[in-house]
Design a protein around this ligand. Structure first.
Ligand SMILES: Cc1cc2nc3c(=O)[nH]c(=O)nc-3n(C[C@H](O)[C@H](O)[C@H](O)COP(=O)(O)OP(=O)(O)OC[C@H]3O[C@@H](n4cnc5c(N)ncnc54)[C@H](O)[C@@H]3O)c2cc1C
Length: 370
């Protein structure tokens, strides 16, 4: 009998979960969501991400990022239509920020970080490679994802594997059980509603909060990408720049403002974002200051932050249906996407084994995996 699954949510977490689940021919998958790739809405975080790989977890919590990197690397090397390219990434540290260590991207700024053995070409920068005002830094090879292209590519991969995708707005997660395109009740519901899990009935996770991120998308080129450990414009303002693949423009960031829901970009913040970027990297605007930036658009996205970190676990509803949760990825949803979706598949397989189903000869999730 097919294993009927309904995935709620079509951001990077939902689509990656659906894609890995769809590798098993015994799973029949429906994705239902209020927002789909192509939509631009404050309740939908995924289009607003940079998105690059800048490991943020501590070593002990690094599983999601460690398991994702090889697949993003493979896609970058072998699947150009996914819209990902390699970029050097430079991390600039100021001792005064690193000592405080309250920044949400903390572990990126560790000296001797765990990720130096994961990401290629890691090296510490010499003093003459640092912009004025920074005490140390490092460089490594990373990727930058054109989120508009990549989300459509993920959706296409799901459709190719037989996943059926529908629009629906759920008031309660229990409604998902009846939404499979097969007409059969779902055996498993996967909850990938991001910040939606704050208000979604049956979940209502009060520990979810937005980490507001304001950005400016410009047409200027930026090599390498860079991020700094802090700014002099207050605790909620950060500084990073990354050029998206395939003509996606360069994202200048930004802010990390916890608990703020405002969906409109603040023009004063936008000016500060651009000033900081051209100060740190004058070449970005051809030495012309912010006048030399070609603004494509301003953006605001809400990172789905959860007090105790991501929630990936299973839970049984009153009627016996299983929910697998996969939400609360804050600012690392892309760079942890395959690792988290792999765990979703493991949890679904565990449940099927408990029901006495044979799942041991299912296909490998990743072609690079031994
Ligand atoms: C400015 C900014 C920069 C970022 N940069 C990076 C980066 O460089 N690298 C990186 O890895 N990450 C980055 N992130 C984080 C990343 O964007 C998020 O972690 C990720 O997009 C979360 O994806 P998600 O699928 O969990 O949630 P979302 O993308 O928010 O998707 C949620 C889905 O659930 C649906 N949904 C919610 N509630 C309901 C309901 N009641 N009924 C039906 N459907 C519902 C929505 O419609 C949507 O389809 C950044 C985020 C921001 C805002």
């Amino acid at each position: 009998m097919p294993n009927t699954i309904v995935v709620v949510g079509a951001g990077v977490s939902g689509l990656t979960s659906a894609l890995l689940l769809s590798k098993s021919k015994t799973n029949t998958i429906t994705v239902v969501a209020k927002h789909m790739p192509g939509d631009c809405d404050i309740e939908y975080a995924s289009p607003f991400a940079g998105a690059n790989v800048l490991p943020m977890a501590s070593d002990e919590n690094s599983r999601w990022e460690r398991r994702t990197w090889p697949e993003l690397k493979r896609l970058t090397e072998q699947v150009p239509e996914a819209g990902i390219h390699f970029q050097k990434n430079r991390v600039f540290r100021r001792d005064k920020d690193v000592q405080v260590a309250s920044c949400p991207m903390d572990h990126v700024f560790d000296r001797d970080p765990w990720y130096k053995s994961l990401l290629p070409d890691y090296r510490e920068l010499s003093q003459d490679e640092l912009p004025a005002g920074y005490d140390s830094g490092c460089e490594f090879t990373s990727v930058c994802i054109n989120t508009a292209t990549y989300l459509q590519w993920l959706l296409g991969q799901c459709l190719r594997n037989g996943v059926v995708v529908k629009r629906a707005v759920l008031a309660d997660i229990a409604e998902a059980k009846a939404l499979s395109h097969t007409g059969q009740p779902a055996a498993v519901v996967v909850n990938t509603t991001g910040l939606g899990s704050l208000k979604l009935g049956g979940v209502r996770d009060a520990t979810m909060t937005p980490g507001r991120g304001q950005t400016v998308l410009v047409s200027n080129e930026c090599h390498p990408m860079f991020v700094t450990s802090g700014t002099d414009d207050g605790d909620t303002e950060v500084l990073y720049a990354m050029q998206r693949a395939a003509g996606g423009g360069t994202i200048l960031g930004g802010t990390y403002d916890m608990g703020k829901w405002e969906s409109n970009p603040d023009p004063n913040v936008a000016v500060r974002i651009m000033k900081r970027a051209v100060e740190a990297c004058p070449d970005l605007a051809g030495g012309k200051g912010i006048e030399g930036l070609g603004i494509i658009r301003h953006g605001v996205g809400l990172r789905p932050c959860r007090k105790d970190g991501v929630r990936i676990e299973r839970e049984r509803m009153d009627d016996g249906t299983w929910i697998v949760h996969n939400y609360g990825h804050a600012g690392w949803g892309y760079q942890g996407s395959y690792g988290c979706a792999e765990r979703v598949v493991e949890l679904v397989r565990e449940m099927r084994r408990e029901k006495g189903e044979h799942v041991d000869d299912e296909p490998k999730l990743f072609s690079w995996d031994s």
